[in-house]
Design a protein around this ligand. Structure first.
Ligand SMILES: Cc1cc2nc3c(=O)[nH]c(=O)nc-3n(C[C@H](O)[C@H](O)[C@H](O)COP(=O)(O)OP(=O)(O)OC[C@H]3O[C@@H](n4cnc5c(N)ncnc54)[C@H](O)[C@@H]3O)c2cc1C
Length: 356
């Protein structure tokens, strides 16, 4: 009996489970998922949870119920690569034959003093829930600062605009434009939306220090009622602590077969894996589908394919509140209602295919 352990039941972990359980051949395998929460979290929607437009019960999903799958809802403490075992916070050790690491990411504070201690986050459900409580408690006409004008900062700012029309919302970004990784047509559209909806964008920002409810931009203090950090991510701490090769975001380098170069039985997916693609749920899922295919081959004693199948990444969709959105599908930029409807459709399909 093969003993596969999966760390993290996010987009990558869940997709690996679904794929492996759907394989008719996968009978002689026991899969153990170790996940710190008792549910799969729809992280791509955490901006709406934090803004108060979606209840968290809509962003939780149960894991599959299958005799081949054991669920352990406990935090992982560390991974012992040379001993093929995982240590849990409880002090228990879980041995594995094969391991998939899908522990996701954390905020990266770029060494800005006080940022970690004094800002709110939307990187985990618990932290997004806390952000929600603080934001809903902000005094009437209060001021909220969001640091980071990437996808999650933009989605949060627009959703918060709709949820709390009274608030002054400041969106700080260090680039010349928000969403600088997107084509000009898209960021111009989003910038106009913010102008029309009274969200202030501060470009070329340089946050030098954060104190409780005080943000320093180029050393200039700005009083706020809440500060949310969406200005960068890094791999989960457990992964960053491993003594193997990593990129600047602490993500692990893998071979084309998605395992660690010196550990053929340790696969890495999603935000924990170094990649030339932008981190995304889609990427985590695509990598996990490949890993499931490779594990199947391995367990049947078949060789891995020399050339891996191409990963099909469909593009990015972002929301601007509940009615407008933007997206990039290949070379094609989308703006307005269509990408927003598509985004809702993708979420519906995801829940539907996962049995909800
Ligand atoms: C606001 C926001 C909007 C986004 N929008 C999009 C989007 O529109 N499209 C898109 O493709 N991507 C989007 N992303 C990015 C996407 O959510 C991530 O890239 C994706 O979640 C990565 O999947 P993963 O499986 O690597 O990690 P995750 O989905 O984060 O899963 C990691 C899992 O590990 C668990 N875990 C962590 N630490 C431990 C531990 N110590 N012990 C046990 N379990 C642990 C967590 O609870 C979690 O369930 C968005 C992200 C954010 C924050």
């Amino acid at each position: 009996m093969q003993n596969l352990v999966i760390l993290g039941g996010g987009y990558g972990g869940l997709r690996a489970i679904q794929k492996l359980l759907n394989e008719k051949d996968v009978k002689q395998v026991s899969i153990t998922l170790i996940e710190k929460e008792a549910y799969h979290s729809l992280k791509t929607e955490f901006y709406a949870l934090a803004a108060g437009t979606v209840a968290d019960r809509h962003l939780r999903m149960s894991f599959p119920n299958d005799v081949r799958l054991e669920l352990k809802f406990e935090p992982v403490k560390s991974i012992h690569l040379d001993d093929n075992k995982v240590e849990l916070e409880s002090g228990d050790f879980i041995p594995y034959d094969d391991l998939i690491i899908g522990l996701g990411c954390e905020d990266k504070y770029h060494g800005v003093p006080g940022a970690k201690e004094n800002t709110l986050s939307i990187q985990s459900m618990r932290r997004a829930r806390k952000t929600y409580h603080v934001l809903q408690g902000v005094r009437p006409n209060g001021r909220v600062a969001i640091v980071g004008g990437g996808l999650s900062g933009v989605e949060l700012a627009s959703e918060l605009r709709e949820s709390r029309p009274d608030l002054e919302i400041l969106l700080y970004d260090r680039g010349e434009n928000i969403l600088s990784m997107f084509p000009a047509r898209l960021y111009n559209y989003v910038t106009n939306w913010f102008n029309e909806n009274d969200v202030t964008i501060i470009n070329r920002a340089n946050i030098t220090k954060v104190e409780w409810n005080v943000l320093y931009n180029h050393d200039e203090p700005i009083e706020t009622d809440a500060i949310i950090w969406t200005a960068g991510i890094q791999a989960n701490k457990i992964v960053r602590e491993l003594d193997v090769d990593k990129d600047q975001m602490g993500r692990l380098f893998t071979t084309k077969h998605h395992h660690l170069p010196n550990y053929e039985n340790v696969f890495v997916v999603g935000d924990c894996a170094a990649s030339t693609h932008a981190p995304s749920a889609q990427l985590a899922e695509a990598q996990s589908e490949r890993v499931a295919m490779l594990l199947n081959k391995k367990w049947k004693g078949e060789p891995y394919p020399e050339e891996m199948p191409k990963m099909k990444l469909k593009g990015v969709l972002g929301s601007l509140g509940k009615k407008h959105g933007f997206g990039l599908m290949g070379e094609k930029s989308l703006t307005g209602r269509v990408p927003r409807v598509l985004k809702s459709g993708v979420l519906w399909m995801y829940k539907h295919h996962s049995g909800h």
